[in-house]
Design a binder for this molecule. Structure first.
Ligand code: PLP
Length: 398
């Protein structure tokens, strides 16, 4: 038997881990409503036509070669324009790097930044790779609390308590997965102030930036004066092209504090050759093209969010905060006497009601006794899921 590495064996990804028991049920012919994976392409969302056409055209016209490691110049220029429009940032193409989606940006940034025994502040609850990848690189993810009673805004005092001399950065996910929180401008400023006080960079995941309901997203990149910010974004959510695997990040670094880190990241970028060339042509079309499709899609998402929120407020034994961004809702299990923990709860729902959620503890310690629901499917599917869930809860609570 060949022994795999311990660091690989330690990796967990709750969102996909719950799929195995669901698959077992499906093998027996049972129809499971899966509300576990945040992939709009599995439902009635598609990348806009002009992006699809640009992708096909690029392939047909022969753009099937390796590109530069840092990304095509035209793509980096398109990012500069898009980010100027969205965040008002003054960056140049030299500040932009193109990646195989945000996931690769995280690998590159964490890989270049973190040595064993370093630590990095990550939100709790958070998208699982923030914990998993940091551990994979031998460093320690320190989970700062986000406060449910306060719309899941980060607790700045808790952040402060976690910082020590081995802290390398503060990671922010806004709008947030799994809570759907949208951070207030005041909060973003406070995070920047804290980072400035301890000379730390902020790593900002903005993959859901234009997917907001009531408020608007504020980027730390748009507010910083001296604190270095690395902003990550991509095609997966706002451009509905999860499977194309394309993203980017850029440096807002007014005082040049990231020079050495940039060099280290570039080294890592060179050994992985380059991101997909034709996908970058699609991205250029998306980043510089019309965005009217988004309005229509946000209308659908808002309707689905309102529906699921209303249903959840009527179901006994759970409570929930209304999401302000992304397409997740993160209810709390109030009635806890029937289950050992949230994972047991989610598996009970799966086996009894045939609806698949993800257990909240899979998103970090503040996720305990919660579960995440993806509300991407049409209302009739959500209705069926909520009917089954409501019946389940009424039965269990007697
Ligand atoms: N960051 C967050 C907060 C996410 O929720 C996700 C996917 O769900 C990703 C990154 C992954 O993005 P990508 O498809 O660009 O790798």
């Amino acid at each position: 038997m060949i022994r795999p590495s311990e660091r690989a064996m330690g990796v967990e990804y709750a969102i996909r881990d719950v799929v195995l028991p669901a698959r077992e049920l499906e093998k027996k012919g049972i129809k499971v409503i899966r509300l576990n994976i945040g992939d709009p392409g599995k439902y009635d969302f598609q990348p806009p036509e002009h992006m699809k056409e640009a992708y096909c055209r690029a392939i047909k016209e022969g753009h099937n070669y390796y590109g530069p490691s840092e990304g095509l110049p035209e793509m980096r220029e398109a990012v500069v324009k898009r980010e100027k429009r969205k965040n008002g940032v003054d960056i140049t193409p030299d500040d932009v790097r193109v990646t195989t989606a945000v996931t690769e940006a995280l690998q590159l940034i964490f890989g270049a930044l973190l040595s064993p025994s370093d630590n990095i502040l990550v939100p709790s609850p958070s998208y699982p790779p923030y914990v998993g990848l940091v551990k994979f690189y031998g460093a320690e993810p320190r989970e700062y609390l986000t406060v449910e009673e306060n719309g899941w805004q980060p607790d700045i005092d808790d952040m402060r308590k976690l910082i020590d001399e081995r802290t390398k950065a503060i990671a922010v996910i806004n709008p947030n997965n799994p809570t759907g929180a949208l951070y207030e401008k005041k909060t973003v400023k406070e995070i920047l102030d804290l980072a400035g006080e301890y000379d730390l960079p902020v790593i900002s995941d903005e993959i859901y930036d234009l997917m907001t309901y009531e408020g608007k997203h504020v980027s730390p990149g748009s507010l910083t004066k001296d604190v270095p910010v690395i902003v990550m974004n991509g095609l997966s959510k706002v451009y509905f092209a999860t499977g194309w695997r394309l993203g980017y990040f850029y440096y807002v670094d007014p005082e040049g504090k990231l020079m050495e880190l940039r060099e280290a990241i570039d080294k890592l970028m060179r050994i992985r050759i380059c991101p997909s060339t034709p996908a970058q042509f699609a991205a250029i079309a998306g980043l510089t093209g019309p965005m009217d499709y988004l309005e229509e899609y946000m209308k659908k998402l808002r309707e689905r969010r309102d529906y699921i929120y209303k249903r959840l407020t009527e179901i006994p034994g759970v409570s929930t905060v209304k999401p302000q961004g992304a397409f997740y809702i993160f209810p709390r299990i109030e009635e806890r006497s029937k289950w050992k923990n949230d994972k047991e709860f989610v598996l009970d729902v799966l086996h009894e009601a045939h609806v698949l959620f993800v257990h909240g503890s899979g998103f970090g310690k503040a996720g305990n006794w919660h579960f995440r629901i993806v509300f991407l499917p049409p209302v009739d599917v959500l209705e069926e899921a909520m009917d089954r869930f409501e019946e389940f809860m009424r039965k269990r609570l007697g």
